[in-house]
Design a protein. Sequence first.
Length: 117
Amino acid sequence: MPTKTLLKISAAVIAAPLALAITVDTAAAVCKQGYVWRDAKDGDGVCVTPDDRAEAKKQNANAANNLQRGGGAYGPNTCRQGYVWREAFGGDVVCVTPYERDKAKRQNADNARHTAR
């Protein structure tokens, strides 16, 4: 299979899950007592514990250390081996462990239970 075709397929495989990632609607989100906005990016209002918020901030601060040096199959956002994109929101390409990505997905799924609207 030609390299260009493989790159197109790879891009589609990456883009599809990102397009389906949960978009966070946070403008009016108010977290229940004991929860705060995750703030994985400005405007990320998924309600999580303060410890989970601190963890997201640490992941962001450490993001460059988890990238593959020189890029790779997915360009400059290629994660080093053993790491995956967090996908806490559409377009989130911070590289984290698979456990941390699963945790972000659970946080998104649990957001309604932690939001007081």
